[in-house]
Ligand binder design. Sequence first.
Ligand SMILES: C[S@@+](CC[C@H](N)C(=O)[O-])C[C@H]1O[C@@H](n2cnc3c(N)ncnc32)[C@H](O)[C@@H]1O
Length: 139
Amino acid sequence: MLSATRPDVALHGVDLSPDMIAVAERDLAGSGVSLHVADVARLPFADDSVDVAVSSLALHHWPDPVAAMAELARVTRPDGVLALYDFRFTDMEPAMAALRAHPAVAADSVRRRPARRGPRLDARLHPSGAARSTDAAAR
Ligand SMILES: C[S@@+](CC[C@H](N)C(=O)[O-])C[C@H]1O[C@@H](n2cnc3c(N)ncnc32)[C@H](O)[C@@H]1O
């Protein structure tokens, strides 16, 4: 597990369900992973504070992909990475369109590729972070 091989990396897990977080707390006891009950559209992290954001089998639940992608882009640092996995039946197009349209995301980095259980959506934030934020929204 990553927490054992890379103790220098701060790992956080997020889920909207307190029950799911309770299961994770039990399974990850002593691992050093921080767990949070939170909505993907309102993450408990500062701007640009995450190197890599990974989502596993949850995107199909998110009611507002635009808000979710905006929040993931907000917390991910410039040149950081998003990797979103989901089931085969998941329509990744709304999330991909939201990322391509987001000013902090490098539009040509947004890709869908096959993964083990279904699609994986990859994206990278602009290295400079220059296009980020309200300045871009005001253009
Ligand atoms: C199929 S489970 C996958 C759980 C885990 N990520 C995994 O890979 O085993 C989907 C999870 O998405 C969570 N979820 C649904 N909507 C969410 C939201 N808006 N924000 C955060 N988590 C959400 C659910 O509570 C549920 O635990």
